[in-house]
Design a protein around this ligand. Structure first.
Ligand code: NAP
Length: 256
């Protein structure tokens, strides 16, 4: 395999630090530079404050973005405009943004992977939930994350609900006359499924999907206990994005 030159945006962040280590430790990857808006990253490659400045200096094959939703969108779009293939772990993209980015990737004939969860176990949790939803139509999704997370619900929770929507008819759950005496008590609602977001220090990234039916419940749960759990997914995404000519949303769509 030819060497893949990589730029990482967000290298000081919790995910970014792991990604820097991954790229530096993988023989077929080369870290060309990083993008850090404060220019403070402690790495032995050039640090750029701005993505255009970075790409004007040299063009990598792949951009790994692990920043914030607004910045991640801007970085992904800019990368595609410069002919760079984005691998995006940043969460919080809107449907409109995803549609626009897919059109841009296809018009440029470039691969782009946006994965709200790079943990293989989380992808299996989503797939198993989709399987179970064929048989259990009443579903509550509880996602639990560290208290520094900016977006809620998590990208993984929304993605899980979207995958379940493919196999489940929309259904209003609970009592038809149910009212919230405290706003938000029933969580967010996608097609009648409820999503609850827990934020606590000490947590990393966890999700359980609960299914209920007459006389039984089924719970499918995944726990990421550290951020290294996401890196095997980042590695396979960097390799795969080189072979794609469109945008793929979700790691489950590239795993064999
Ligand atoms: P984090 O520790 O807060 O790191 C975010 C990094 O982005 C920080 O270094 C931050 O710098 C930087 N940043 C902020 N604004 C920027 C800008 N304008 N230009 C360049 N960099 C900027 O967050 P994290 O836990 O690493 O998570 C990063 C993203 O990945 C989040 O969207 C999170 O939800 C997502 N995530 C995805 C997965 C997955 O598997 N896909 C797993 C975990 C997390 P400052 O410190 O100066 O603000």
């Amino acid at each position: 395999m030819e060497q893949i030159n990589v730029v990482i945006a967000g290298p000081r962040g919790r995910m970014g630090k792991e990604a820097v280590e991954l790229v530096q430790d993988t023989p077929q990857f080369a870290l060309m530079s990083v993008i850090d808006h404060k220019g403070e990253a402690n790495v032995d490659v050039p640090v750029f404050k701005d993505i255009k400045e970075c790409f004007e200096s040299s063009i990598p094959h792949v951009l790994i973005d692990l920043t914030t939703p607004e910045v991640g969108y801007h970085h992904t779009k800019t990368a595609l405009e410069y002919g760079v293939r984005p691998v995006v772990g940043t969460t919080g993209f809107t449907q409109e943004e995803l549609i626009e980015l897919r059109q841009l990737a296809e018009s440029k004939g470039l691969g782009c992977i946006i994965a709200p969860n790079f943990a293989i176990g989380a992808v299996l949790m989503m797939k198993f939930s989709q399987m179970a939803a064929k048989y259990f139509e009443d579903i509550e999704i509880i996602e639990l994350h560290h208290d520094q997370k900016l977006d809620a619900p998590s990208g993984t929770a929304v993605k899980t609900a979207e995958m379940i929507k493919e196999v489940r008819e929309a259904k209003v759950q609970g009592h038809p006359d149910e009212t919230e005496t405290l706003k938000g008590a029933r969580g967010a609602d996608i097609d009648g499924m409820h999503i609850h977001s827990v934020r606590l220090p000490g947590l990393i990234a966890h999700q359980q999907v609960m299914f209920g039916a007459e006389g039984q419940t089924l719970t499918i749960r995944h726990d990421s206990y550290n951020r290294a759990s996401f890196m095997s997914g980042v590695k396979v995404s960097v390799e795969t994005v080189m072979k794609l000519d469109t945008l793929v949303y979700g790691l489950e769509n590239i795993l064999e």
